[in-house]
Ligand binder design. Structure first.
Ligand code: TXA
Ligand code: MG
Length: 325
């Protein structure tokens, strides 16, 4: 068992983290969306450690992170639509699902045995430096225990994991606060699998084509993205949507200038009513409120436009009935 160390993301710490990745250990690192729990994607034992540490259902494949499109040669086959989206949004908070390269070097476990692979070129400077120093594709889900609220700070990562993670690179809070938008470009038309930091409208503008919304899992189908699991991003207590006040014993998660004053534990995602700011605060606010010993979290309505789609998606899943243990 290794001991977890949280290190400020200096060049020396990044070099140490890259060496740990190459040695098959787990490293949590900042991206512009949320913190990722990384492993060498070509090392099956290292990838298996991610699943064990997260307590993650085996059918969930992982996102492979690389520093640039060129680094995908041994991993994925880029289609013309993929190249168009890549040049518009990479480096950045977009993940593309692509056909696996014929001679792919990544472990089968990384893609859970699928013939497709999710890939992303993150824009965060620390993620970029780490990926370049590592020199191998890095598999990285969000650095939270499976089903729990995603981690947007190094502290969240150390709250969720003990000794399974070797190094946490700390570079302060993540910029966007919601995960990357996932677009499946393996079929005849692009499909969105998860709402995220880049809006559907922005993506549609680049593809020119109507994008099929596949973010809601049709019953009876195997989930292809974890955002498609009904209960996800869940704090330890229940979540109630569409409330304007908190009942006794509850906390209030508010949005905008109309949030009423309350003596209950409360957070306003954005007093100004700014959806970008709200996305940044979402996961940290849920984590703070679940730690106040309330019976539930009441959530005020949030407009469904722009980044509101990603925020409401996370909140609906946080409020969804939980599978019984
Ligand atoms: O912003 C993000 O995307 C963060 C940072 C760390 O990059 N990562 C992240 O990973 O959110 P994760 O594992 O929590 O959610 C990504 C999901 C996978 O769990 C999986 O269900 C979906 O992307 N995915 C991965 N490979 C796929 C594939 N071949 N086909 C369809 N969906 C896939
Ligand atoms: Mg996740």
């Amino acid at each position: 068992m290794t001991q977890m160390t949280v290190l400020a993301a200096t060049p020396a710490a990044i070099a140490e983290a890259a060496a740990a990745l190459r040695a098959g250990e787990l490293v949590a690192f900042p991206t512009e969306t949320v913190y990722g729990l990384g492993a060498d994607a070509t090392n099956p034992k290292a990838v298996a450690r991610i699943f064990t540490a997260k307590g993650r259902p085996r059918f969930n494949p992982l996102i492979v992170h690389v520093p640039d499109v060129e680094a995908l040669a041994d991993t994925a086959r880029l289609t013309p639509t993929a190249l168009r989206l890549a040049s518009a949004f990479w480096p950045g908070p977009m993940t593309l699902v692509l056909p696996l390269a014929a001679d792919a070097t990544i472990a089968d476990l990384t893609v859970a045995g699928l013939t497709t692979v999710a890939v992303r070129v993150p824009g965060h400077a620390v993620a970029q430096d780490l990926l370049r120093a590592c020199g191998r594709p890095v598999a990285a889900p969000s650095a939270n225990v499976s089903g729990h609220v995603s981690a947007t700070t190094a502290q969240h990562v150390s709250d969720d994991f003990a000794d399974a993670v070797r190094i946490v690179l700390d570079a302060g809070p993540a910029d966007h606060g919601v995960e990357s938008t996932i677009i499946d470009v393996t079929g005849p038309a692009p499909r969105i699998l998860r709402h995220g930091a880049i809006t559907l409208e922005a993506i549609q503008e680049v593809t020119g084509a109507e994008i099929e919304d596949a973010t809601n899992l049709a019953t009876g189908k195997t989930p292809t993205a974890p955002g498609q699991l009904t209960s996800h991003y869940a704090p330890r207590c229940p979540v109630h949507l569409g409330r304007t006040t908190a009942a006794p014993g509850e906390a209030l998660l508010g949005f905008g200038p109309a949030m009423p004053p309350t003596t209950a534990p409360a957070e306003n995602l954005s007093e100004a009513g700014d959806l970008v700011e709200a996305a940044t605060n979402l996961f940290a606010a849920l984590r703070r409120l679940e730690n106040t010993d309330v019976t539930a979290i009441a959530v005020m309505p949030i407009p469904d436009e722009g980044l509101g789609a990603a925020i409401n998606d996370r909140l609906r899943r946080a409020a969804a009935p939980r599978p019984s243990p």
